[in-house]
Ligand binder design. Structure first.
Ligand code: P6P
Length: 325
C-alpha cells in the first residue's frame, strides 16, 4: 500500500491548536469542551439503551421540560471547565445564572456559554443534535466575574459546535479561521478533516420552518414568494446545529425569524445566535438579526432571544433586503 493509504490522520485538536500558537489558556478551555462533548456524544449514542431519553422531571429557566440528557450534558461541560485552569465562569441554557469557577486573580481568563444539547427533543427519533459553545474574554474585576458572560458576540475569541450525527463533528472558529474535526473512534480523539472552511458565497437553499408563515411579517413572506419562484431547494431538519452545519458546508441561508408570537424569535442570543454567527462570519458568510449583525447586539440578560438569519452573504442579503429594506 502507498504511504498515503497507510498514513493515519494524526492531526488531533490539541496538536492543531498548538500549531496555531493559540493562547494556551484558551486551548485548554477548548480541549476541555471537546472532552466534554466526547462524553456527551457517547451518552447520545447510548441514550435509548441507557433509557436517558425523555424528560428529567426538572424544569429549566424557561419552564420547558428538561430532557434528561440536557441535564447530564450540562453537568459534563461544567465538570470539564472546572478542570480547565483558565475558565472563569460558565453560563448555559440549563443554568438559571452564571456559575463562577475562578476570578481573574485566580487565573480565570475566559467566560464560556453553552447550549449543552441543542435540539435534544430530537433524540427520541434519532435526529442529529448538537452542543454549541461561545468563549468570551473575562474582562471583569474579581467581584464582577459573573458579568463576563454578558458581552456582545463581537467580543468572542472562539466559538463552535459539536454535531452528534452520522459522525461526531467538531467545528471550531477562532481568529485563525474555521476548522472541522471528526471524532476518530479508533483514536478516541478529534482529528482535523477540513481547515480554513469558507462558506459558498451563494447557494439556492433556504432553511426555515414554513409552518409559521401566517405569523411571519410581510417582508419575510415576500422573501418566501421570491424563493418559491426562483428555483430554490428547501431543507429544514429542525435541529439548529444540523441546519447551520449544512449551511456552512453547502451554502444557503438558515432563518429562525421574529414572528408575531415571538417578536425576538425562539433562539438564544448568547449561546446560539452569537456562536453560530461567529462561525459563519469567520467562514466569510453573514449573520443578521434582521436590523443588523447578530454579533453587534448588546445583551441585557443571558437568556434573551434573537432572530437568526445566517448563511451565504448573498442569501442573507436576499432576506434582509426584503425584511428590513
Ligand atoms: P421549531 C430545537 O428545539 C431548536 O431549539 C433548534 O435546534 C431548532 O433550530 C429550533 O428549535 C426548531 O424550532 O419551532 O422549528 O421546531
Amino acid at each position: 500500500m502507498s504511504d498515503a493509504e497507510t498514513a493515519e490522520n494524526l492531526t488531533t485538536l490539541a496538536k492543531h491548536l498548538a500549531a496555531q500558537d493559540l493562547d494556551p489558556g484558551l486551548a485548554t478551555v477548548l480541549e476541555g469542551l471537546a472532552l466534554g462533548c466526547k462524553a456527551i456524544g457517547h451518552r447520545v449514542r447510548r441514550a435509548r439503551i441507557e433509557d436517558v431519553v425523555g424528560v428529567a422531571g426538572g424544569e429549566n429557566v424557561f419552564g420547558e421540560i428538561q430532557q434528561k440528557l440536557d441535564v447530564l450534558s450540562d453537568e459534563v461541560l461544567l465538570q470539564c471547565l472546572r478542570d480547565a485552569p483558565a475558565a472563569a465562569v460558565y453560563a448555559s441554557e440549563e443554568q438559571d445564572g452564571p456559575v463562577v469557577l475562578r476570578t481573574a486573580s485566580e487565573g480565570g481568563r475566559f467566560a464560556v456559554l453553552a447550549d449543552p444539547l441543542d435540539g435534544s427533543s430530537n433524540i427520541d427519533v434519532a435526529v442529529s443534535v448538537g452542543t454549541i459553545f461561545s468563549v468570551l474574554p473575562n474582562d471583569k474585576p474579581d467581584d464582577e466575574t459573573g458579568m463576563a458572560v454578558l458581552q456582545p458576540g463581537r467580543n468572542q475569541v472562539a466559538a463552535g459546535y459539536v454535531l452528534y450525527g452520522s459522525s461526531i463533528v467538531l467545528v471550531l472558529a477562532t481568529e485563525a479561521g474555521v476548522d472541522m474535526f471528526t471524532l476518530d473512534p479508533m483514536l478516541g480523539d478529534f482529528v482535523l478533516v477540513l481547515a480554513k472552511i469558507e462558506i459558498p458565497q451563494e447557494k439556492k437553499i433556504y432553511s426555515i420552518n414554513e409552518a409559521y408563515v401566517n405569523d411571519f411579517d410581510e417582508g419575510l413572506r415576500d422573501y418566501l414568494a421570491f424563493v418559491h419562484e426562483s428555483g430554490y431547494g428547501a431543507r429544514y431538519i429542525g435541529s439548529m446545529v444540523a441546519d447551520v452545519h449544512r449551511t456552512l458546508l453547502k451554502g444557503g441561508v438558515f432563518i429562525y425569524p421574529a414572528t408575531g408570537k415571538s417578536p425576538q424569535g425562539k433562539l438564544r442570543l448568547m449561546y446560539e445566535g452569537n456562536p453560530m454567527g461567529y462561525v459563519i462570519e469567520r467562514a466569510g458568510g453573514a449573520a443578521s438579526a434582521g436590523r443588523g449583525p447578530i454579533l453587534d447586539r448588546i445583551p441585557s440578560e443571558v437568556h434573551e432571544r434573537t432572530p437568526v438569519i445566517v448563511g451565504s452573504a448573498a442569501e442573507v442579503d436576499h432576506v434582509t433586503r426584503r425584511t428590513h429594506p
